[in-house]
Design a protein around this ligand. Structure first.
Ligand SMILES: NC(=O)c1ccc[n+]([C@@H]2O[C@H](COP(=O)([O-])OP(=O)(O)OC[C@H]3O[C@@H](n4cnc5c(N)ncnc54)[C@H](O)[C@@H]3O)[C@@H](O)[C@H]2O)c1
Ligand SMILES: O=c1ccn([C@@H]2O[C@H](COP(=O)(O)OP(=O)(O)O[C@H]3O[C@H](CO)[C@@H](O)[C@H](O)[C@H]3O)[C@@H](O)[C@H]2O)c(=O)[nH]1
Length: 437
């Protein structure tokens, strides 16, 4: 099939590459000239495990093209995916201007039947708005379909190739047939393609992300209670997650959820609810808990240093909002850095992939180490913000001999508390007792 993807960021590049990998002829359109030049020249623009190999192969075999020309993209694709940003507007609602501007432009250049697919996360009613924006300038037939994307960064290729489900919102029989054929190769494992109306598909995406964010905030509150009551959140998590009705996943407490999706999508659903004259109480609490959770470690750090962090130096491991990505959007580590610096401390950071993105954003507010142990030199304590695998079984002797003090504050519960006790560390984590050292 001839496919066009408009917007070549995390979702667009994965979508385009994976469709090319399954034999389709794909053109990706992006407004960013620099990005398109790099991609056309074989240089991948994001870190996403497994993507580079597929990208290189499909580029070489001529199934993947990049252009800045929307007209070229529209002429190419029988189906056109919109994988454009929907950032939060000032009032928290999703900003649809990127999507509606492209829809408006597309209306002027469509000359034969097209299926236009919203892959961006968009509020209920957006398919109708996109339809109206195209129809304003276009008398040719077309359908607008909602096809929300559920991939996770870090495992995006796998999630795209083997989705738990594909949600397709359309009431057009013609579009339904096209979409069914397009996604058939991806659901061979027996996972369903769920056809529904456009509005239900749009709401499914927000409901899924908000439910997952709720699970996390709930466990973060349980973790606080564990500390207050002397329970261990790891034990509680296992006990709770063993119930099939609850499930084991997304119950890990930590220093809050971040990323480009949960924070903005929960906020956007709250705003949609308000617009519909409904006070979504649970989600307001989910957001409040997450705000507080991002700085969960700060009172512990302050207390350990007698409430005076002036002149203290910290090593911070992990900048990306989660492991296996270079994405730092809404990364809890950035909030930690702000709080530490505001308290008069200095910070040295290390991340396997995300340091250059952080450097572009905050420059010399922190110093950047090139490996995880150099980061520890002269530091009064180590703070862990992201659970990269490389941090899971570190050389504790080396850590102990490099840090000024054997002190670790762990926002992702990477280490066993008893082991840290034995190793002589002062170790504090989330929802578990501190060591006695
Ligand atoms: N990142 C994720 O894991 C993820 C997963 C599921 C859904 N989503 C949703 O998908 C959408 C895209 O997210 P993303 O993370 O890929 O965003 P992104 O910011 O990484 O990429 C968006 C791309 O669109 C390009 N763009 C902007 N205006 C354009 C225009 N007029 N024409 C062509 N290109 C244009 C930008 O240059 C950028 O490359 C959002 O709605 C997001 O909520 C994201
Ligand atoms: O038990 C958990 C699981 C996750 N997180 C945090 O939650 C955030 C989001 O994690 P994850 O969902 O793995 O990453 P994303 O790539 O943001 O993916 C989410 O957002 C995407 C964009 O909408 C959706 O497509 C995915 O289905 C949805 O999982 C991260 O900060 C994690 O550290 C926790 O704190 N505890």
């Amino acid at each position: 099939m001839k496919i066009t993807v408009v917007g070549t960021g995390y979702v667009g590049l994965v979508t385009g590459t994976c469709f090319a990998e399954t034999g389709n002829d794909v053109t990706c359109v992006d407004i960013d000239v620099n990005k398109v030049n790099k991609l056309s020249n074989g240089q991948i623009t994001i870190y996403e495990p497994g993507l580079e190999k597929l990208f290189e192969r499909n580029l070489k075999e001529g199934r993947l093209h990049f252009t800045t020309s929307l007209a070229e993209g529209v002429a190419h694709g029988d189906v056109i995916f919109l994988a454009l940003p929907t950032p939060p507007g000032e009032d928290g609602s999703a900003d649809l201007s990127y999507i509606l501007r492209v829809a408006d432009d597309m209306g002027k250049i469509i000359t034969d039947y097209k299926v236009i697919i919203d892959k961006s996360t968009v509020p209920v009613g957006t398919a109708e708005l996109v339809h109206a924006a195209i129809a304003k300038n276009c008398s040719h037939p077309f359908d607008v379909v909602s096809n929300p994307e559920f991939l996770r960064e870090g495992v995006a290729v796998d999630d795209f190739m083997k989705p738990d489900r594909v949600v397709i919102g359309t009431r057009s029989e013609r579009a339904r047939k096209v979409m069914g054929d397009l996604f058939a190769p991806f659901v061979r494992q027996g996972n369903p393609i769920l056809f529904m109306d456009e509005k239900s598909a749009e709401l499914t995406k927000y409901a899924a992300n908000s439910f997952l964010a709720t699970k996390i905030s709930f466990m973060n509150e349980i973790a606080i209670l564990c500390e207050k009551l002397g329970a261990d959140v790891d034990m509680v998590r296992r006990g709770v997650g063993s119930d099939d009705r609850i499930g084991k996943r997304f119950l890990f407490p930590g220093i809050g959820y971040g990323g480009s999706c949960f924070p903005k999508d929960v906020q956007a659903l709250v705003k949609s609810s308000e617009d519909a004259d409904y006070d979504f109480k649970i989600l307001n609490a989910v957001m409040d808990v997450n705000e507080r959770q991002k700085l969960f470690l700060m009172p512990k750090i302050s207390a350990w240093f007698n409430n005076d962090l002036k002149g203290k130096h910290f090593a911070l491991w992990g900048l990306a909002f989660k492991p296996n990505t270079d994405d730092i959007r809404e990364a809890p580590a950035l909030y930690m850095i702000d709080a530490l610096v505001a308290a008069g401390a200095t910070v040295s950071v290390f991340d396997p992939e995300a340091s250059s993105n952080v450097e572009r954003l905050i420059g010399n507010k922190v110093t950047y180490a090139t490996n995880q142990y150099d980061c520890l030199v002269n530091a009064d304590a180590l703070i862990i913000a992201t659970e990269w695998s490389v941090f899971r079984t570190p050389d504790f002797d080396k850590i102990g001999s490099t840090l000024k003090n054997k002190v670790i504050f762990d926002g992702r519960n990477l280490f066993d508390v008893f082991r840290m006790e034995e190793l002589g560390y002062h170790y504090e984590s989330v929802g578990r007792a501190a060591t006695n050292n």
